[in-house]
Design a protein around this ligand. Structure first.
Ligand SMILES: Cc1cc2nc3c(=O)[nH]c(=O)nc-3n(C[C@H](O)[C@H](O)[C@H](O)COP(=O)(O)OP(=O)(O)OC[C@H]3O[C@@H](n4cnc5c(N)ncnc54)[C@H](O)[C@@H]3O)c2cc1C
Length: 312
């Protein structure tokens, strides 16, 4: 049994904490922000590998996570649902690498394709209502004795002196603790509508007017989005919201006239590759797990398994 301090309480930190506590370790979580203030709370969130590398590791982590989230979908209290939807393509030779992790997908029928799209893949994937899911992860951690500390860490040496292992799940701000200069923001804006009874999600990443997705969740429908490179501004831009709404309503006419219930901006923690490794510092093991880009939810359980393995 190790004493492990996890720094970060987004989807990565909480999943690692739960995985480590289930392995029998004594775990504490140290996070600067409440879960509802994290990037994780802004995520759509569909299981779908996006904006994260390297591809083969991502595929493996994503496959493990797909299995875990599919199991969680059996209990609605988790906030995870298994829903059928469509990934649309607008070119003749789409790269379907992600389908290697998914069983039971099929090509879309012509009648399922909106104007301008040339093909699509239909499949059932986990759709996560992040507020509920982060609460659920936190509650399961607490049941296993994980302690929570509201704390901004400025020096690793100062964290929980009793811990022999640290896990860094600090997303975009990881460089402040590691000196890593390669983590950068890719800004995403979403607008959420009341759910008029939709269940089918749509991904239209190649939309020439801008990436578009419609994610019907338990309580609302998340419409997005943007992928603004190196943009740190977290204020909602009204013109961007109007453009997202126009694209989303064109894809999903059932949303016409449906009221907006909330809006949000999040900064995806993008890195040339996800960092997941173990080093030593001041006589303690330091396991880094950050830089999940647009796939933190999608990779969470696979990465947590690897963190548990590295913790020993
Ligand atoms: C609009 C949008 C849509 C998205 N959609 C999806 C999707 O559909 N599917 C998907 O898989 N992913 C999606 N993502 C990506 C996903 O949100 C991220 O990859 C994921 O949230 C990263 O999780 P994280 O725990 O690493 O970071 P965060 O959620 O940012 O958490 C970081 C944690 O570290 C803490 N922290 C940081 N620095 C310190 C410090 N010095 N001391 C103490 N605590 C610290 C913070 O307080 C926080 O608790 C989306 C992102 C956006 C913006």
């Amino acid at each position: 049994v190790r004493r492990i301090a996890v720094i970060g309480g987004g989807v990565i930190g909480l999943t690692c904490a739960l995985r480590l506590a289930r392995a029998g370790h004594q775990v504490s979580v140290h996070a600067a922000d409440r879960p509802e203030r994290t990037v994780s709370s802004v995520a759509g969130a569909l299981w779908f590998p996006y904006y994260a590398l390297p591809l083969d590791a991502v595929l493996g982590w994503a496959r493990t996570t797909l299995r875990a989230l599919t199991e969680l979908a059996a209990d609605p209290a988790t906030g995870v649902l298994l829903r059928e939807g469509i990934v649309l393509y607008r070119n003749e030779n789409p790269d379907l690498w992600w389908t290697a992790a998914v069983t039971g997908h099929r090509p879309a029928r012509t009648a399922e394709l909106p104007p301008g799209t040339v093909s699509g893949i239909v499949c059932s994937l986990p759709m996560v209502t992040m507020g509920r899911y982060l609460d659920w992860l936190g509650a399961r951690c607490a049941e296993l004795g994980v302690s929570f500390h509201d704390e901004t860490v400025t020096r690793l040496a100062a964290v929980e002196p009793a811990a022999d292992t640290l896990v860094l799940a600090t997303g975009l701000r990881s460089g402040e603790l590691t000196g890593d200069k390669t983590v950068r923001p890719v800004r995403g804006q979403v607008v959420r509508l009341a759910n008029p009874g939709l269940t089918r999600w749509i991904v239209d990443d190649d939309n020439p007017a801008g990436m578009t997705y419609v994610f019907p969740r338990q309580d609302d429908v998340v419409c997005g989005g943007t992928a603004d490179e190196n943009e740190f501004d977290t204020t909602v831009d009204p013109a961007t919201e109007q453009a997202i709404l126009a694209r989303s309503l064109e894809l999903e006419p059932a949303l016409v006239g449906v009221p907006v219930v909330s809006r949000a901006v999040g900064l995806r923690p993008v890195r040339p590759t996800v960092r997941l490794d173990r080093t030593e510092q001041d006589g303690r093991a330091v396991i880094c797990c950050y830089g999940h880009g647009g796939s933190g939810v999608t990779l969470s359980w696979g990465c947590a398994d690897e963190v548990a393995r590295l913790a020993g």
